[in-house]
Ligand binder design. Structure first.
Ligand code: R5P
Length: 319
């Protein structure tokens, strides 16, 4: 990858997940671009790019975690500053897309905020977007600019194949995740069980009503796109325990771990939690049972292919 990168490429990062941006740069053999992000006492943000980007192919890495709204503004202002500094191309690289779950109008008088974010990125000056495991793949269609939607499934399946999957069953924690979990099951050659999870309001309470599939006497691997409050996973764990599984592990792409998630997961019977590093994991979010798989190389490959104009289809599938 390195030799191809000596040319016109520049990578910058906001403050959300600089560690991942640094790792991406290492894989590409380039230095993270220098910029200054200043927050004034009135909460306004100022960005100054400290090196020339004129005529360059620029990638800005910014994920999403608290303070979510501040990090969105940081990204928009970075894009704006780089646009005004005459970069040729600007790609917003969002390993975890902000407001990703607000992707439909399923209640009266609510915003489709994931779409609003798409509009904001385009308005700020992004020419392309690169992201990973969107809550629903249709979000890519919210944009009029090209979107590269990467999937972490291949890395996660590789991990599980190496670790061993004897007597395992893949568990989808809700109907929404059934299709995705089905792909994991096919990829790993395992049976699938689907839980009927319902959320009656915006609270953290998710309730499991039914289970479709055989889980008794098996080791359960729960696959989900993200763990936020941990409510869904814990309800799934409770349901699986009552159905006589021998072991429960969970695997998700985005370890958001918001609210009381860490505390709740620590007290659960999960024997392992596999996450990626799309969302920064400070030490206080590190659980003893946690395995972190880095997506840095995959993003670096995607950036290299995008920069060179090489087909990326080999990087997308299958889950
Ligand atoms: C739901 O649609 C998602 O796939 C996840 O199950 C959900 O985002 C997890 O949220 P929480 O951990 O707060 O239950």
């Amino acid at each position: 990858m390195e030799s191809a990168m000596k040319g016109n490429i520049k990578i910058f990062a906001g403050n959300c997940n600089r560690e991942l941006a640094e790792k991406v740069c290492k894989h590409l053999g380039v230095k993270l671009g220098e910029c200054e992000i200043i927050k004034f006492s009135n909460d306004n943000i100022k960005v100054r790019i400290l090196e020339s980007v004129r005529g360059k192919d620029v990638y800005i890495v910014q994920s999403s975690s608290p303070p979510v709204n501040e990090y969105i503004m940081e990204l928009l202002i970075l894009i704006d500053a780089i646009k005004h500094a005459k970069a040729d191309n600007i790609t917003a690289v969002l390993p975890y897309y902000p407001y990703v779950r607000s992707d439909k109008k399923d209640e009266p008088r609510i915003s489709i905020t994931a779409r609003l974010i798409a509009d904001l990125l385009e308005t700020a000056g992004a020419n392309r977007v690169m992201t990973m495991n969107l809550h629903s793949p249709q979000i890519a269609g919210f944009f009029r600019i090209p979107v590269d939607h990467l999937l972490a499934g291949r890395l996660l399946c590789k991990y599980y194949r190496e670790w061993g999957i004897d007597n395992c069953v893949v568990v989808a924690p809700d109907a929404g995740s059934a299709k995705r979990a089905g792909h994991y099951a096919i990829n790993l050659g395992l049976p699938l069980a689907i839980l009927d999870k319902r959320r009656d309001d915006d609270s953290e309470k998710a309730v499991i009503h039914h289970v479709i599939g055989e889980v008794k006497g098996k080791r359960a691997l729960i696959f989900d796109d993200e763990i936020a409050t941990g409510g869904s996973i814990l309800e799934t764990v409770k349901a699986l325990e009552s159905l006589g599984v021998t072991e429960i592990q969970a695997c998700c792409v985005h370890g958001v771990l918001s609210g009381k998630a860490v505390e709740r997961l620590k007290g659960s019977s999960l024997s392992k939690l596999v996450v990626t590093d799309t969302v920064a994991l400070p030490p206080e979010k590190n659980l003893p049972t946690m395995v972190v798989i880095s997506v840095a190389e995959l993003f670096a490959q995607a950036i290299a292919y995008s920069h060179e104009g090489t087909s990326m289809s080999g990087l997308f599938g299958p889950v």
